[in-house]
Write a protein that binds this ligand. Sequence first.
Ligand SMILES: [Zn+2]
Length: 188
Amino acid sequence: MTAGVFRLVLTGSRNVDADTLWAPSTEDVPEFLMADADLVPRTVDELLDGTARLVAQAGFRGLLLAHGACPRGVDALGDRWARRRKAAGWPVDVDRFPADWADGKAAGFARNRTLVKPGAHLCYALIAECAKRGCTKARPHGSHGATDCARVAEGADIPVQRFEVYTPVLAAPVPLTLPEHSKETNHA
Ligand SMILES: [Zn+2]
């Protein structure tokens, strides 16, 4: 790992888009991340913007975003973010670890091991519900590739911050409607 550069491993589900909001799904959120607590929940762009800011404030000279180069979902969003920020002069770079699918279905899992091998200061795992057709595993459970990557990172002693898709409970309170007869009783 290059000294002074913050290596962030990003893993996440494919079936999400740029508007998906993420909220931390664990309680032990790193303090430096919560310095920006009013930004939670965030999109991928907001999360990475906030992280890059905090990493710079913490004295690192750059942020290296390492991801699995999936053409859809979190990897693609992270990659786009890094390219845009780098073009805008931010000290951001990207390290891509595409899976070699010619090796078969397990290529993604092998890639996850390569991705975490150089180590990292932090891993973000943005895991949505599994959308795999024909999956027979008991529900609910997160998408398999990102879940594996987070586990491998934890096994390599990389701090893992998990996020889940943010689902607002209720936007507004639902007015309580009493049945007609009880209203009459109340007004009697
Ligand atoms: Zn599944």
